[in-house]
Design a protein around this ligand. Sequence first.
Ligand code: SRM
Ligand code: SF4
Length: 561
Amino acid sequence: MSDRMRLTVEEIKKHSRHLRGSIVEELVNGKTYFTEESIQLLKFHGMYQQDDRDLRQQLKKDGKEKAYSMMIRARIPGGVLTSNAYLTFDRLSEQYGNNTLRITTRQTFQIHGILKTDVEQTIRSLHDTMVTTLGGCGDQVRNILLCPAPHEGLFYEQLRTQLELLVDELSAKTAAYHEIWLDGEKVASSQEEEEPLYGQTYLPRKFKLAIAVEQDNCLDVYANDLGIVAHREGDAVSGYTLLVGGGMGRNHTKKDTYPRVATPLCFILPDDLVETVVAIVSIQRDYGNRSDRQHSRFKYLLDERGLPWFSQELQKILGRSLTPARDLTWSQTTDHLGWHKQGENTWFLGLPIQNGRIRDTDSLQLKTALRRVVERFSPEIHLTTSQNMLLCHLREDDKPFIESMLREHGVQLVEDLSLIERYAMACPALPTCGLAITESERVMPTFLTNLSQILIELGLENEEITVRMTGCPNGCARPYVSDIGLVGRAPDKYDVYLGGDFYGTRLNDLYAELVTFSALPFVLRDILLDFKHNRIGNERFGTYCHRISIEELKMRAHSRE
Ligand code: SRM
Ligand code: SF4
């Protein structure tokens, strides 16, 4: 390992001349992979170096290098893209990627499997359809979430305008992206370049923002570093309640890392939003932990210094005192699936996409079906935080034809799914994710089939229960705010978390450790049976587990052994 490879991420950022480093040189060095230093910088440009983990062992045995490729993640604010951009993603994934597209839990697309030599062309093609990847990853503000429903009216227009303002203000300003991937023209002196919010070292870690609409936590607002909840008065936004310090990531071996739901901070008027958000991000920039990346998320800063300290700092910057947060109530977590009226004569169709993966298989030509529908009807596409897709601005008269086109290709509509499938999510994990300990996306369908059978047997198939699986504790499918969270812990073994709520406002608790994949449905069966007999009225599953308590559930499990 060379000395350069031992640089910390902070040093790499600092010496990178605003995210340039040696990416340009490495693009043409004939190697199939980037150096560690460039890998860190490339994240800011929206990509991760990965290798096919299915092939790792064999390649190693054969004395060959890993099967490297890049995963490219776009930044699509609020998940909205044109049909033209969609078709470009579709084409690029076939031309350069592994011929799948992946809708993420943060309303964007990832293309996996792009060779180093094809990255430039991929980014250029996306840019031609007004899509950027700058800010898809890296220590900066990530893709900002907004309720994806294409509702009309002043209230939603105002939210979309606020989103645009936030994106403008919080995006990196470095010309490195254009320089490296697009026009190749160098900024006269990149040292002098302005990066007003981020400076030379950007943020200590990723920072996540979401704008939710009061009552409907359709995007898991509490899992974000900064949750912005819009309040409505008549048909206008009357202000926002800000929630701070959400985050899911934890590490099995480090007990002082933990998931956290965001806590209410204050209420602000619409005109104060951008200024307040920038001030909050700048506090994390200046005080966040830059020496230990395991403790560098905003949640740790808040817990270490306390909310009163944070409020004071914020008030100092803003030069005014904060108004207390409004009480929040949540009555739904809409997934926007199915047909919904959008305007006078227009509709949108929420399509379930299992684990967000768009591809063709022998029995299901999802990718082809979507391409054909998009080519023919040019819908605007809205991606949801539950890895699904909305086809918007469709004409009433076209509804039957669109449905039949989808069905001809084997595509399931929401009414074809069981409720347990409808509300399930899994992260990609193997074979692409370098951090995966267990399978997730690839085994979720089998797990859901087995669990569905149990639910039917117990007469619980009409219950709305969220199940989320991840291949490691980082929490990319937000398993710690679901009714049932399954978190990869060791090869083929998962920890089981129970007792979150359907509205995503509460963390669940660790119920069982190191359960093998095949045993998972049976571990859950006992509790579901218990729930069936002892729930109060229409009590939901997660609420039941929370009320009974994890300790009591564990004791009952022991007495059954
Ligand atoms: Fe994530 C890292 C995939 C949403 C917490 N996440 C990764 C990487 C890039 C692995 C890596 O660093 O090498 C994964 C790439 C896998 C692959 O092959 O595609 C990955 N994360 C994903 C996606 C694709 C999962 C999905 O099922 O859609 C999501 C992409 C979101 C996006 O478009 O930006 C994704 N990741 C999340 C979320 C959920 C959210 O933001 O609402 C979380 C939990 C919230 C949070 O940030 O706390 C999340 N990902 C992490 C973490 C843990 C961060 C921490 O604070 O400890 C890592 C690891 C890290 O950053 O060190 C990580
Ligand atoms: Fe990879 Fe872990 Fe995220 Fe799953 S939760 S995508 S295994 S980092």
